[in-house]
Ligand binder design. Structure first.
Ligand SMILES: Nc1ncnc2c1ncn2[C@@H]1O[C@H](COP(=O)(O)OP(=O)(O)OP(=O)(O)O)[C@@H](O)[C@H]1O
Ligand SMILES: [Mg+2]
Length: 581
Protein backbone atom coordinates (compact mmCIF):
# COMPACT_ATOMS: atom_id res chain seq x y z
CA UNK A 1 0.00 0.00 0.00
CA UNK A 2 1.37 3.39 -0.97
CA UNK A 3 0.37 6.03 1.56
CA UNK A 4 0.28 9.68 0.55
CA UNK A 5 1.88 12.22 2.90
CA UNK A 6 -1.57 13.33 3.99
CA UNK A 7 -2.64 9.79 4.87
CA UNK A 8 0.57 9.42 6.85
CA UNK A 9 -0.19 12.59 8.85
CA UNK A 10 -3.67 11.38 9.57
CA UNK A 11 -2.41 8.04 10.71
CA UNK A 12 0.19 9.63 12.95
CA UNK A 13 -2.52 11.83 14.40
CA UNK A 14 -4.49 8.75 15.40
CA UNK A 15 -1.63 7.80 17.69
CA UNK A 16 -2.20 11.14 19.38
CA UNK A 17 -5.76 10.40 20.44
CA UNK A 18 -5.00 8.64 23.75
CA UNK A 19 -2.77 11.54 24.82
CA UNK A 20 -5.00 14.32 23.59
CA UNK A 21 -5.15 15.94 27.06
CA UNK A 22 -1.40 16.44 27.31
CA UNK A 23 -1.24 17.45 23.68
CA UNK A 24 -3.83 20.21 24.13
CA UNK A 25 -2.08 21.34 27.30
CA UNK A 26 1.19 21.61 25.40
CA UNK A 27 -0.51 23.67 22.71
CA UNK A 28 -1.84 26.04 25.37
CA UNK A 29 1.66 26.27 26.81
CA UNK A 30 3.13 27.17 23.47
CA UNK A 31 0.38 29.66 22.68
CA UNK A 32 1.08 31.37 26.00
CA UNK A 33 4.75 31.39 25.03
CA UNK A 34 3.92 32.88 21.62
CA UNK A 35 1.63 35.57 23.01
CA UNK A 36 4.46 36.92 25.13
CA UNK A 37 6.29 37.76 21.91
CA UNK A 38 3.46 40.04 20.80
CA UNK A 39 3.23 41.24 24.39
CA UNK A 40 6.84 42.28 24.13
CA UNK A 41 6.14 44.30 20.92
CA UNK A 42 3.18 46.01 22.59
CA UNK A 43 5.37 46.75 25.59
CA UNK A 44 7.95 48.37 23.30
CA UNK A 45 5.30 50.66 21.90
CA UNK A 46 4.21 51.60 25.43
CA UNK A 47 7.78 52.23 26.58
CA UNK A 48 8.55 54.51 23.61
CA UNK A 49 5.36 56.49 24.09
CA UNK A 50 5.98 56.72 27.86
CA UNK A 51 9.41 58.21 27.14
CA UNK A 52 7.83 61.29 25.59
CA UNK A 53 5.01 61.57 27.99
CA UNK A 54 5.47 59.51 31.19
CA UNK A 55 2.44 58.64 33.30
CA UNK A 56 2.89 58.89 37.10
CA UNK A 57 3.30 55.18 37.92
CA UNK A 58 5.07 54.00 34.75
CA UNK A 59 8.23 53.38 36.77
CA UNK A 60 6.41 50.63 38.67
CA UNK A 61 4.08 49.32 35.99
CA UNK A 62 6.63 48.87 33.16
CA UNK A 63 9.25 46.84 35.10
CA UNK A 64 6.53 44.58 36.50
CA UNK A 65 5.20 44.07 32.97
CA UNK A 66 8.68 43.07 31.70
CA UNK A 67 9.11 40.53 34.50
CA UNK A 68 5.58 39.13 34.12
CA UNK A 69 5.98 38.67 30.39
CA UNK A 70 9.27 36.82 30.87
CA UNK A 71 7.72 34.66 33.58
CA UNK A 72 4.76 33.77 31.36
CA UNK A 73 7.16 32.95 28.56
CA UNK A 74 9.15 30.56 30.74
CA UNK A 75 6.05 28.91 32.14
CA UNK A 76 4.46 28.47 28.73
CA UNK A 77 7.67 27.08 27.27
CA UNK A 78 8.03 24.56 30.09
CA UNK A 79 4.45 23.33 29.94
CA UNK A 80 4.63 23.08 26.16
CA UNK A 81 7.91 21.17 26.05
CA UNK A 82 7.14 18.83 28.91
CA UNK A 83 3.67 17.86 27.71
CA UNK A 84 4.69 17.49 24.09
CA UNK A 85 7.71 15.33 24.87
CA UNK A 86 5.56 13.21 27.09
CA UNK A 87 3.17 12.62 24.21
CA UNK A 88 6.00 11.99 21.75
CA UNK A 89 7.79 9.46 23.96
CA UNK A 90 4.54 7.59 24.42
CA UNK A 91 3.97 7.49 20.68
CA UNK A 92 7.49 6.25 20.04
CA UNK A 93 6.98 3.56 22.63
CA UNK A 94 3.70 2.57 21.03
CA UNK A 95 5.19 2.50 17.52
CA UNK A 96 8.21 0.46 18.60
CA UNK A 97 5.94 -2.11 20.22
CA UNK A 98 3.77 -2.39 17.14
CA UNK A 99 6.68 -2.62 14.73
CA UNK A 100 8.46 -5.25 16.74
CA UNK A 101 5.34 -7.36 17.07
CA UNK A 102 4.77 -7.09 13.31
CA UNK A 103 8.34 -8.08 12.61
CA UNK A 104 8.01 -11.13 14.86
CA UNK A 105 4.90 -12.25 13.01
CA UNK A 106 6.32 -11.90 9.50
CA UNK A 107 6.47 -15.09 7.45
CA UNK A 108 9.93 -16.73 7.28
CA UNK A 109 10.07 -15.90 3.62
CA UNK A 110 10.09 -12.18 4.44
CA UNK A 111 13.06 -12.47 6.79
CA UNK A 112 15.00 -14.22 4.07
CA UNK A 113 14.17 -11.51 1.56
CA UNK A 114 15.15 -8.50 3.68
CA UNK A 115 18.37 -8.30 5.61
CA UNK A 116 18.09 -7.95 9.35
CA UNK A 117 19.97 -4.62 9.24
CA UNK A 118 17.06 -2.88 7.59
CA UNK A 119 14.67 -4.05 10.32
CA UNK A 120 17.08 -2.81 12.98
CA UNK A 121 17.38 0.52 11.17
CA UNK A 122 13.61 0.82 11.13
CA UNK A 123 13.28 0.02 14.83
CA UNK A 124 16.00 2.42 15.92
CA UNK A 125 16.57 5.11 13.32
CA UNK A 126 13.17 5.48 11.69
CA UNK A 127 11.30 5.62 14.97
CA UNK A 128 13.75 8.32 16.05
CA UNK A 129 12.98 10.28 12.90
CA UNK A 130 9.30 10.09 13.66
CA UNK A 131 10.04 11.49 17.13
CA UNK A 132 11.55 14.60 15.60
CA UNK A 133 8.53 14.91 13.36
CA UNK A 134 6.30 14.56 16.41
CA UNK A 135 8.12 16.98 18.68
CA UNK A 136 10.17 19.55 16.82
CA UNK A 137 7.64 19.91 14.04
CA UNK A 138 4.62 20.28 16.27
CA UNK A 139 6.60 22.52 18.61
CA UNK A 140 7.70 24.84 15.84
CA UNK A 141 4.37 24.76 14.13
CA UNK A 142 2.42 25.70 17.24
CA UNK A 143 4.92 27.94 19.00
CA UNK A 144 6.34 29.83 16.04
CA UNK A 145 3.06 29.65 14.15
CA UNK A 146 1.18 31.30 17.01
CA UNK A 147 3.98 33.85 17.35
CA UNK A 148 3.73 34.75 13.68
CA UNK A 149 -0.06 34.99 13.85
CA UNK A 150 0.11 37.20 16.95
CA UNK A 151 2.70 39.48 15.39
CA UNK A 152 0.83 39.70 12.09
CA UNK A 153 -2.34 40.61 13.97
CA UNK A 154 -0.48 43.35 15.78
CA UNK A 155 1.03 44.66 12.52
CA UNK A 156 -2.42 44.85 10.95
CA UNK A 157 -3.69 46.63 14.05
CA UNK A 158 -0.86 49.18 13.94
CA UNK A 159 -1.10 50.00 10.23
CA UNK A 160 -2.84 47.63 7.86
CA UNK A 161 -1.62 49.29 4.62
CA UNK A 162 2.00 48.93 5.65
CA UNK A 163 1.35 45.40 6.89
CA UNK A 164 -0.12 44.33 3.56
CA UNK A 165 2.89 45.73 1.75
CA UNK A 166 5.12 43.72 4.03
CA UNK A 167 3.19 40.54 3.32
CA UNK A 168 3.62 40.98 -0.43
CA UNK A 169 6.94 39.20 0.02
CA UNK A 170 5.27 36.04 1.31
CA UNK A 171 4.64 34.29 -2.06
CA UNK A 172 8.38 34.39 -2.78
CA UNK A 173 9.06 32.85 0.59
CA UNK A 174 6.52 30.12 -0.14
CA UNK A 175 8.22 29.25 -3.42
CA UNK A 176 11.60 28.89 -1.74
CA UNK A 177 10.08 26.62 0.88
CA UNK A 178 8.40 24.51 -1.79
CA UNK A 179 11.63 23.88 -3.66
CA UNK A 180 13.53 23.05 -0.50
CA UNK A 181 10.84 20.67 0.70
CA UNK A 182 11.00 18.54 -2.45
CA UNK A 183 14.73 18.19 -2.12
CA UNK A 184 14.50 17.34 1.57
CA UNK A 185 12.15 14.48 0.86
CA UNK A 186 14.49 12.94 -1.66
CA UNK A 187 17.55 13.37 0.56
CA UNK A 188 15.76 11.93 3.58
CA UNK A 189 14.95 8.76 1.66
CA UNK A 190 18.54 8.34 0.54
CA UNK A 191 19.77 8.84 4.09
CA UNK A 192 17.45 6.18 5.33
CA UNK A 193 18.73 3.58 2.92
CA UNK A 194 22.33 4.43 3.66
CA UNK A 195 21.81 4.02 7.39
CA UNK A 196 20.39 0.57 6.65
CA UNK A 197 23.56 -0.20 4.67
CA UNK A 198 25.69 0.87 7.64
CA UNK A 199 23.85 -1.34 10.13
CA UNK A 200 23.86 -4.20 7.67
CA UNK A 201 27.60 -3.96 7.00
CA UNK A 202 28.40 -3.63 10.71
CA UNK A 203 26.15 -6.41 11.98
CA UNK A 204 27.36 -8.85 9.34
CA UNK A 205 31.02 -8.29 10.08
CA UNK A 206 30.40 -8.50 13.82
CA UNK A 207 28.45 -11.73 13.56
CA UNK A 208 30.82 -13.26 11.04
CA UNK A 209 33.91 -12.01 12.79
CA UNK A 210 35.59 -15.42 12.75
CA UNK A 211 35.32 -15.62 8.97
CA UNK A 212 36.49 -12.02 8.63
CA UNK A 213 39.57 -12.79 10.71
CA UNK A 214 40.55 -16.14 9.24
CA UNK A 215 39.96 -15.20 5.63
CA UNK A 216 41.64 -11.82 5.87
CA UNK A 217 38.39 -9.95 5.33
CA UNK A 218 39.56 -6.95 7.34
CA UNK A 219 40.17 -4.72 4.33
CA UNK A 220 37.04 -5.84 2.49
CA UNK A 221 34.77 -5.26 5.47
CA UNK A 222 36.46 -1.99 6.30
CA UNK A 223 35.94 -0.78 2.75
CA UNK A 224 32.33 -1.92 2.68
CA UNK A 225 31.58 -0.20 5.96
CA UNK A 226 33.47 2.95 5.01
CA UNK A 227 31.65 3.12 1.70
CA UNK A 228 28.30 2.98 3.48
CA UNK A 229 29.42 5.55 6.07
CA UNK A 230 30.78 7.79 3.36
CA UNK A 231 27.51 7.60 1.51
CA UNK A 232 25.70 8.66 4.65
CA UNK A 233 28.16 11.50 5.19
CA UNK A 234 27.56 12.81 1.69
CA UNK A 235 23.78 12.59 2.01
CA UNK A 236 23.89 14.38 5.37
CA UNK A 237 26.04 17.13 3.93
CA UNK A 238 23.63 17.67 1.05
CA UNK A 239 20.82 17.91 3.55
CA UNK A 240 22.76 20.50 5.54
CA UNK A 241 23.55 22.55 2.45
CA UNK A 242 19.90 22.65 1.50
CA UNK A 243 18.70 23.61 4.95
CA UNK A 244 21.52 26.10 5.58
CA UNK A 245 20.86 27.87 2.28
CA UNK A 246 17.16 27.87 2.95
CA UNK A 247 17.15 30.24 5.92
CA UNK A 248 19.48 33.03 4.64
CA UNK A 249 17.42 33.21 1.47
CA UNK A 250 14.23 33.55 3.49
CA UNK A 251 15.87 36.18 5.70
CA UNK A 252 17.00 38.14 2.66
CA UNK A 253 13.44 38.19 1.41
CA UNK A 254 12.15 39.36 4.79
CA UNK A 255 14.69 42.15 5.08
CA UNK A 256 13.99 43.29 1.51
CA UNK A 257 10.36 43.60 2.51
CA UNK A 258 11.43 45.52 5.61
CA UNK A 259 13.52 47.87 3.47
CA UNK A 260 10.60 48.50 1.18
CA UNK A 261 8.53 49.29 4.24
CA UNK A 262 10.93 51.90 5.55
CA UNK A 263 11.13 53.44 2.11
CA UNK A 264 7.36 53.77 1.84
CA UNK A 265 6.88 55.05 5.38
CA UNK A 266 9.56 57.69 5.09
CA UNK A 267 8.84 58.78 1.49
CA UNK A 268 7.45 62.31 1.72
CA UNK A 269 3.66 62.65 1.40
CA UNK A 270 3.18 58.98 0.62
CA UNK A 271 1.27 57.96 3.73
CA UNK A 272 -0.43 59.64 6.63
CA UNK A 273 2.15 60.36 9.33
CA UNK A 274 2.36 57.74 12.10
CA UNK A 275 3.27 58.46 15.74
CA UNK A 276 6.94 57.60 16.36
CA UNK A 277 6.09 54.97 18.99
CA UNK A 278 3.83 53.14 16.57
CA UNK A 279 6.35 53.21 13.78
CA UNK A 280 9.11 51.91 16.05
CA UNK A 281 6.75 49.18 17.28
CA UNK A 282 5.89 48.34 13.69
CA UNK A 283 9.54 47.93 12.68
CA UNK A 284 10.34 45.91 15.79
CA UNK A 285 7.36 43.65 15.21
CA UNK A 286 8.17 43.15 11.53
CA UNK A 287 11.74 42.34 12.55
CA UNK A 288 10.54 39.91 15.20
CA UNK A 289 8.60 37.97 12.57
CA UNK A 290 11.76 36.97 10.72
CA UNK A 291 12.98 34.47 13.33
CA UNK A 292 9.79 32.48 13.87
CA UNK A 293 9.11 32.62 10.15
CA UNK A 294 12.52 31.15 9.47
CA UNK A 295 11.89 28.46 12.08
CA UNK A 296 8.63 27.66 10.32
CA UNK A 297 10.45 27.19 7.04
CA UNK A 298 12.99 24.95 8.75
CA UNK A 299 10.46 22.44 9.97
CA UNK A 300 10.52 20.99 6.51
CA UNK A 301 13.73 19.05 7.11
CA UNK A 302 12.54 17.03 10.11
CA UNK A 303 9.01 16.93 8.73
CA UNK A 304 10.02 15.32 5.45
CA UNK A 305 12.42 13.02 7.25
CA UNK A 306 9.62 12.09 9.62
CA UNK A 307 7.22 11.38 6.80
CA UNK A 308 9.72 9.28 4.88
CA UNK A 309 10.44 7.38 8.10
CA UNK A 310 6.79 7.00 9.07
CA UNK A 311 6.04 5.62 5.64
CA UNK A 312 8.53 2.81 6.15
CA UNK A 313 7.21 2.20 9.67
CA UNK A 314 3.65 1.86 8.52
CA UNK A 315 4.70 -0.42 5.67
CA UNK A 316 6.20 -2.78 8.28
CA UNK A 317 3.23 -2.46 10.62
CA UNK A 318 0.87 -3.20 7.73
CA UNK A 319 2.84 -6.09 6.29
CA UNK A 320 0.83 -9.28 6.19
CA UNK A 321 1.57 -11.66 9.06
CA UNK A 322 1.87 -15.41 8.60
CA UNK A 323 -1.32 -16.88 7.18
CA UNK A 324 -3.36 -18.36 9.99
CA UNK A 325 -6.86 -19.14 8.74
CA UNK A 326 -7.17 -22.66 10.13
CA UNK A 327 -9.71 -23.44 12.85
CA UNK A 328 -8.86 -27.04 13.71
CA UNK A 329 -7.37 -27.46 17.14
CA UNK A 330 -6.49 -30.50 19.23
CA UNK A 331 -4.87 -30.96 22.60
CA UNK A 332 -2.38 -33.55 21.37
CA UNK A 333 -2.21 -35.16 17.95
CA UNK A 334 -1.47 -38.86 17.58
CA UNK A 335 1.27 -37.97 15.14
CA UNK A 336 0.47 -39.61 11.82
CA UNK A 337 2.14 -37.55 9.12
CA UNK A 338 1.47 -37.75 5.41
CA UNK A 339 2.95 -35.84 2.47
CA UNK A 340 0.72 -35.98 -0.62
CA UNK A 341 2.14 -34.81 -3.95
CA UNK A 342 3.96 -31.96 -2.28
CA UNK A 343 5.69 -29.48 -4.54
CA UNK A 344 7.54 -26.48 -3.24
CA UNK A 345 9.56 -23.60 -4.61
CA UNK A 346 11.22 -20.73 -2.78
CA UNK A 347 11.32 -18.44 -5.78
CA UNK A 348 11.06 -19.71 -9.32
CA UNK A 349 12.82 -23.04 -9.48
CA UNK A 350 11.25 -25.98 -7.79
CA UNK A 351 13.03 -27.34 -4.73
CA UNK A 352 10.70 -30.22 -3.82
CA UNK A 353 8.98 -32.28 -6.50
CA UNK A 354 6.16 -34.77 -6.01
CA UNK A 355 6.94 -35.74 -2.43
CA UNK A 356 4.80 -38.65 -1.20
CA UNK A 357 5.28 -40.56 2.03
CA UNK A 358 3.51 -41.50 5.23
CA UNK A 359 4.88 -41.84 8.74
CA UNK A 360 2.72 -43.75 11.18
CA UNK A 361 2.30 -42.30 14.65
CA UNK A 362 5.36 -43.02 16.76
CA UNK A 363 7.58 -44.08 13.86
CA UNK A 364 10.90 -42.61 12.81
CA UNK A 365 11.75 -41.51 9.31
CA UNK A 366 15.29 -40.66 8.32
CA UNK A 367 15.96 -38.27 5.47
CA UNK A 368 19.20 -38.93 3.70
CA UNK A 369 20.72 -37.22 0.71
CA UNK A 370 23.38 -34.98 -0.60
CA UNK A 371 23.74 -31.39 0.53
CA UNK A 372 21.15 -29.16 -1.12
CA UNK A 373 18.83 -32.04 -1.98
CA UNK A 374 15.99 -30.41 -0.04
CA UNK A 375 15.95 -32.19 3.32
CA UNK A 376 15.77 -29.12 5.55
CA UNK A 377 13.24 -27.56 3.21
CA UNK A 378 11.00 -30.60 3.54
CA UNK A 379 11.25 -30.52 7.33
CA UNK A 380 10.47 -26.80 7.41
CA UNK A 381 7.15 -27.36 5.66
CA UNK A 382 5.72 -29.28 8.61
CA UNK A 383 5.59 -26.34 11.08
CA UNK A 384 4.43 -24.20 8.12
CA UNK A 385 7.48 -21.99 7.97
CA UNK A 386 6.77 -21.88 4.24
CA UNK A 387 3.56 -22.36 2.28
CA UNK A 388 3.32 -25.34 -0.05
CA UNK A 389 3.25 -24.57 -3.75
CA UNK A 390 0.88 -27.51 -4.31
CA UNK A 391 -0.15 -30.77 -2.70
CA UNK A 392 -0.85 -31.22 0.98
CA UNK A 393 0.68 -32.28 4.24
CA UNK A 394 -1.70 -34.08 6.58
CA UNK A 395 -1.31 -34.46 10.31
CA UNK A 396 -3.65 -37.11 11.74
CA UNK A 397 -5.49 -36.92 8.41
CA UNK A 398 -6.11 -33.17 8.65
CA UNK A 399 -4.28 -30.79 6.27
CA UNK A 400 -1.82 -28.73 8.30
CA UNK A 401 -3.19 -25.43 7.01
CA UNK A 402 -6.55 -26.29 8.62
CA UNK A 403 -4.90 -26.27 12.05
CA UNK A 404 -4.60 -23.08 13.99
CA UNK A 405 -0.99 -22.12 13.46
CA UNK A 406 -0.13 -21.95 17.16
CA UNK A 407 -1.86 -25.26 17.81
CA UNK A 408 0.05 -26.93 14.98
CA UNK A 409 3.36 -25.65 16.27
CA UNK A 410 2.56 -26.82 19.80
CA UNK A 411 2.65 -30.35 18.42
CA UNK A 412 6.18 -30.02 17.06
CA UNK A 413 9.59 -29.83 18.68
CA UNK A 414 12.58 -28.95 16.51
CA UNK A 415 16.29 -29.21 17.02
CA UNK A 416 18.20 -27.36 14.31
CA UNK A 417 21.72 -27.28 13.05
CA UNK A 418 22.13 -23.73 14.30
CA UNK A 419 21.26 -23.65 17.97
CA UNK A 420 19.71 -20.41 19.12
CA UNK A 421 20.22 -19.43 22.74
CA UNK A 422 18.83 -16.26 24.23
CA UNK A 423 20.20 -13.94 26.90
CA UNK A 424 19.10 -15.52 30.18
CA UNK A 425 19.87 -18.52 32.35
CA UNK A 426 20.20 -22.14 31.27
CA UNK A 427 16.79 -22.74 32.82
CA UNK A 428 15.10 -19.87 30.98
CA UNK A 429 16.61 -21.09 27.72
CA UNK A 430 15.29 -24.59 28.15
CA UNK A 431 11.94 -23.65 29.66
CA UNK A 432 11.54 -21.11 26.87
CA UNK A 433 8.34 -19.40 25.69
CA UNK A 434 5.37 -21.71 26.13
CA UNK A 435 7.42 -23.89 28.50
CA UNK A 436 7.97 -21.09 31.00
CA UNK A 437 5.91 -22.67 33.75
CA UNK A 438 7.89 -25.92 33.82
CA UNK A 439 9.52 -26.62 37.18
CA UNK A 440 13.24 -26.82 37.90
CA UNK A 441 12.85 -30.60 38.39
CA UNK A 442 11.35 -31.00 34.94
CA UNK A 443 14.20 -28.96 33.47
CA UNK A 444 16.73 -31.12 35.31
CA UNK A 445 15.06 -34.25 33.97
CA UNK A 446 15.21 -32.92 30.41
CA UNK A 447 18.87 -32.02 30.84
CA UNK A 448 19.67 -35.49 32.03
CA UNK A 449 17.89 -37.09 29.05
CA UNK A 450 19.86 -34.78 26.77
CA UNK A 451 23.04 -35.85 28.53
CA UNK A 452 23.74 -32.28 29.56
CA UNK A 453 23.79 -32.73 33.35
CA UNK A 454 27.41 -33.73 33.03
CA UNK A 455 28.51 -30.14 32.33
CA UNK A 456 25.62 -28.24 33.92
CA UNK A 457 26.22 -29.85 37.31
CA UNK A 458 29.81 -28.60 37.30
CA UNK A 459 28.59 -25.02 37.27
CA UNK A 460 28.32 -23.25 40.64
CA UNK A 461 24.87 -21.94 39.93
CA UNK A 462 23.67 -24.99 37.98
CA UNK A 463 20.68 -24.30 35.78
CA UNK A 464 20.58 -20.70 37.00
CA UNK A 465 23.88 -19.90 35.30
CA UNK A 466 23.47 -16.98 32.91
CA UNK A 467 24.33 -17.60 29.25
CA UNK A 468 25.30 -15.36 26.40
CA UNK A 469 27.64 -12.47 25.84
CA UNK A 470 28.06 -11.56 29.48
CA UNK A 471 27.58 -15.06 30.82
CA UNK A 472 28.81 -18.55 30.22
CA UNK A 473 30.20 -19.39 26.78
CA UNK A 474 29.29 -22.87 25.56
CA UNK A 475 30.86 -25.22 23.06
CA UNK A 476 28.98 -26.32 19.94
CA UNK A 477 28.18 -29.71 21.47
CA UNK A 478 27.04 -28.20 24.77
CA UNK A 479 24.75 -25.82 22.93
CA UNK A 480 23.27 -28.68 21.00
CA UNK A 481 22.59 -30.67 24.11
CA UNK A 482 20.74 -27.69 25.55
CA UNK A 483 18.69 -27.51 22.35
CA UNK A 484 17.86 -31.19 22.70
CA UNK A 485 16.87 -30.63 26.32
CA UNK A 486 14.54 -27.85 25.19
CA UNK A 487 12.91 -30.24 22.72
CA UNK A 488 12.70 -32.98 25.34
CA UNK A 489 11.01 -30.63 27.78
CA UNK A 490 8.44 -29.66 25.18
CA UNK A 491 7.39 -33.31 24.96
CA UNK A 492 5.64 -32.78 21.63
CA UNK A 493 4.16 -35.69 19.65
CA UNK A 494 6.29 -34.76 16.62
CA UNK A 495 10.02 -34.34 16.75
CA UNK A 496 12.14 -32.89 13.96
CA UNK A 497 15.88 -33.28 14.23
CA UNK A 498 18.01 -31.54 11.65
CA UNK A 499 21.44 -33.10 12.03
CA UNK A 500 21.08 -32.71 15.75
CA UNK A 501 24.14 -34.73 16.60
CA UNK A 502 26.56 -33.18 14.15
CA UNK A 503 28.45 -31.07 16.65
CA UNK A 504 28.98 -33.79 19.22
CA UNK A 505 32.13 -35.77 19.83
CA UNK A 506 31.96 -39.55 19.53
CA UNK A 507 31.75 -39.99 23.28
CA UNK A 508 28.75 -37.70 23.81
CA UNK A 509 27.23 -38.81 20.55
CA UNK A 510 26.78 -42.31 21.85
CA UNK A 511 25.06 -40.99 24.98
CA UNK A 512 22.95 -38.63 22.94
CA UNK A 513 22.06 -41.43 20.59
CA UNK A 514 20.65 -43.50 23.44
CA UNK A 515 18.91 -40.45 24.83
CA UNK A 516 17.35 -39.57 21.51
CA UNK A 517 16.19 -43.13 21.03
CA UNK A 518 14.42 -42.88 24.35
CA UNK A 519 12.88 -39.55 23.31
CA UNK A 520 11.90 -40.80 19.86
CA UNK A 521 10.13 -43.84 21.19
CA UNK A 522 6.62 -42.52 21.68
CA UNK A 523 6.64 -39.87 19.03
CA UNK A 524 6.75 -39.40 15.32
CA UNK A 525 10.27 -38.38 14.42
CA UNK A 526 11.64 -36.92 11.25
CA UNK A 527 15.37 -36.95 11.43
CA UNK A 528 17.75 -35.52 8.88
CA UNK A 529 20.64 -37.82 9.40
CA UNK A 530 24.21 -38.12 8.30
CA UNK A 531 25.19 -40.65 10.93
CA UNK A 532 24.90 -44.32 10.28
CA UNK A 533 23.73 -45.09 13.82
CA UNK A 534 20.67 -42.84 13.48
CA UNK A 535 19.87 -44.01 9.99
CA UNK A 536 20.07 -47.73 10.74
CA UNK A 537 17.52 -47.50 13.52
CA UNK A 538 14.93 -45.59 11.51
CA UNK A 539 11.71 -47.39 10.55
CA UNK A 540 11.99 -45.96 7.09
CA UNK A 541 14.72 -44.19 5.17
CA UNK A 542 13.90 -41.71 2.44
CA UNK A 543 16.75 -40.97 0.08
CA UNK A 544 16.53 -37.55 -1.56
CA UNK A 545 18.14 -36.25 -4.68
CA UNK A 546 17.38 -32.90 -6.34
CA UNK A 547 14.14 -32.41 -4.42
CA UNK A 548 12.75 -35.87 -5.13
CA UNK A 549 12.55 -39.05 -3.11
CA UNK A 550 14.52 -41.46 -5.25
CA UNK A 551 14.67 -44.46 -2.93
CA UNK A 552 12.89 -45.63 0.17
CA UNK A 553 13.04 -48.60 2.53
CA UNK A 554 15.06 -49.75 5.53
CA UNK A 555 18.80 -49.99 5.73
CA UNK A 556 19.05 -53.60 4.50
CA UNK A 557 16.59 -53.17 1.64
CA UNK A 558 18.36 -50.06 0.40
CA UNK A 559 21.78 -51.70 0.52
CA UNK A 560 20.49 -54.57 -1.54
CA UNK A 561 19.11 -52.12 -4.07
CA UNK A 562 22.65 -50.86 -4.63
CA UNK A 563 21.55 -47.35 -5.69
CA UNK A 564 22.25 -43.87 -4.33
CA UNK A 565 21.86 -45.01 -0.72
CA UNK A 566 24.44 -47.73 -1.17
CA UNK A 567 26.74 -45.18 -2.75
CA UNK A 568 26.32 -42.74 0.16
CA UNK A 569 26.81 -45.63 2.57
CA UNK A 570 30.05 -46.73 0.99
CA UNK A 571 31.35 -43.18 1.05
CA UNK A 572 30.57 -43.31 4.75
CA UNK A 573 27.87 -40.93 5.97
CA UNK A 574 30.00 -39.49 8.73
CA UNK A 575 32.91 -38.84 6.45
CA UNK A 576 30.84 -37.08 3.84
CA UNK A 577 29.43 -35.01 6.66
CA UNK A 578 32.91 -34.10 7.90
CA UNK A 579 34.08 -33.35 4.40
CA UNK A 580 31.18 -30.98 3.97
CA UNK A 581 31.99 -29.12 7.15
N1 LIG B 1 15.49 -19.53 1.64
C1 LIG B 1 15.76 -20.07 0.47
N2 LIG B 1 15.44 -19.40 -0.66
C2 LIG B 1 15.70 -19.94 -1.86
N3 LIG B 1 16.26 -21.14 -2.04
C3 LIG B 1 16.60 -21.86 -0.95
C4 LIG B 1 16.37 -21.35 0.35
N4 LIG B 1 16.80 -22.26 1.25
C5 LIG B 1 17.28 -23.29 0.51
N5 LIG B 1 17.17 -23.06 -0.80
C6 LIG B 1 17.54 -23.98 -1.90
O1 LIG B 1 16.78 -25.14 -1.76
C7 LIG B 1 17.58 -26.28 -2.01
C8 LIG B 1 17.44 -27.27 -0.87
O2 LIG B 1 17.97 -26.70 0.31
P1 LIG B 1 17.91 -27.43 1.70
O3 LIG B 1 18.36 -26.48 2.74
O4 LIG B 1 16.56 -28.01 1.88
O5 LIG B 1 18.97 -28.58 1.49
P2 LIG B 1 19.43 -29.74 2.48
O6 LIG B 1 19.11 -31.01 1.84
O7 LIG B 1 18.88 -29.49 3.84
O8 LIG B 1 21.00 -29.54 2.48
P3 LIG B 1 22.05 -29.74 3.69
O9 LIG B 1 22.29 -31.19 3.84
O10 LIG B 1 23.26 -29.06 3.17
O11 LIG B 1 21.48 -29.09 4.90
C9 LIG B 1 18.98 -25.82 -2.25
O12 LIG B 1 19.23 -25.90 -3.62
C10 LIG B 1 18.98 -24.37 -1.82
O13 LIG B 1 19.75 -23.63 -2.71
MG1 LIG C 1 19.80 -28.80 5.69
Amino acid sequence: MNLTPWQIYKRLLQYLVPYLGFFILSIFGYILYALTQTGFAVLMETIVSQMDNPSPNAYIFLPIAVISITFARGLGGFIGTYCLDRVAFNIVYELRKQIFSSILLLPRQEYLRQDSGSYLAILIYNVEQVTSACTSVVRTLVREGATVIGLIGYLLYLNWQLALLFFAASPFIAIVIGIASKRFRKLAKNMQSSIADITHAASESLQGNEVVKTFGGYETELQRFNRASDDFRRQSLKMTVTSALNSPVVQMLVSSALGLLIFVALYPDFMQPMPASEFVAFLITAGLIAKPLRALTEINGPLQKGIAAAKTLFAVIDSAPEKDCGTHSVARVKGELEFKNVNFQYTDSSVLKGINFTVKAGETVALVGRSGSGKSTLANLIPRFFELSSGSVLLDGVPIDEYQLANLREQIAIVNQQVVLFAGTIKSNIAYGGLEDKTAEQVQAALSIANATEFVDKLDRGIDTPLGEKGLMLSGGQRQRLAIARAVLKDAPILILDEATSALDNHSERYIQQALERVMQDRTTLVIAHRLSTIKNADCILVMEDGEIVERGNHQQLLVKNGLYAELYHQGFEQSEQARD
